[in-house]
Ligand binder design. Structure first.
Ligand SMILES: [Ca+2]
Ligand SMILES: [Ca+2]
Ligand SMILES: [Ca+2]
Ligand SMILES: [Ca+2]
Length: 228
């Protein structure tokens, strides 16, 4: 019992200072995922784990789930939407902010300093930009266009070379939030993404965490025990 009491205050403290809500890793075989326009196929994502489902907040553009994956060459992103802009996927109000050094002290924190992360890169529609400002000012350089397939209409898959996000092979891990409005009026994924320094965000790692494997092992152990 004493151990349980000691752990709780630690978790509360971590939440107050902002924290990653979840770290996932989805390694895929090279080129197993095809994001070429018009392939219209999503079975290539079978078996990969999405971040948690976001509520349908009835925004004009509204996220449901995001899945991130990687192979030795590229990062892959799948965005399942509750709603896509009537003007289409490329209408400029569907953004992912990538904090590639995992530090809020660097990169874009939103004009109102409301982002839970400091983003070095942004995916907007299928365009990727690198931040050139100093934190809350607006300054971006266009980097490249992602390969994408946007049909079915609320299920978008994209990919780009890992080095697009900096370095020779991209970051080992990055934090991210997805937004549909820079001021916080639209959808946010996760919902704490506009919560400033204390807000939540998700983390993607190219290296599966030992903790995840351990939890999976414990889950398997529990399953085996239940089956006995
Ligand atoms: Ca596909
Ligand atoms: Ca939503
Ligand atoms: Ca940063
Ligand atoms: Ca939301």
């Amino acid at each position: 019992m004493k151990t349980k009491i000691a752990i709780l205050p630690f978790l509360l403290t971590a939440t107050v200072h902002g924290s990653s809500l979840l770290t996932l890793s989805n390694p895929a075989a090279d080129n197993a995922i095809n994001t070429g326009g018009g392939n219209n196929i999503r079975s290539d994502w079978d078996g990969l784990t999405a971040y948690p489902a976001d509520a349908n907040e009835a925004h004009a553009v509204d996220f449901h789930t995001i899945t991130v994956a990687h192979d030795s060459l590229k990062f892959y992103i799948r965005q399942i939407m509750n709603a896509t802009n009537a003007g289409g996927f490329l209408s400029g109000d569907q953004m992912i902010i990538f904090d590639t050094d995992q530090s809020r002290a660097t990169g874009y924190r939103g004009a109102g300093d409301t982002f839970s992360v400091g983003g070095e890169y942004m995916l907007q529609g299928a365009s990727i930009f690198q931040y050139t400002g100093t934190g809350t000012d607006w300054g971006w350089n266009y980097v490249t266009a992602a390969s994408y397939d946007d049909f079915p209409i609320n299920d978008h898959e994209l990919s780009f070379t890992r080095s697009t996000l900096g370095g020779t092979n991209g970051p080992v891990a990055f934090d991210f939030i997805a937004i549909t409005d820079f001021w916080g009026a639209g959808d946010v994924y996760p919902d704490g993404g506009h919560g400033g320094a204390g807000g939540g965000y998700y983390t993607y790692s190219t290296i599966p965490e030992p903790g995840a494997a351990l939890l999976g092992g414990i889950g398997m152990l529990a399953l085996l025990r239940r089956r006995k």
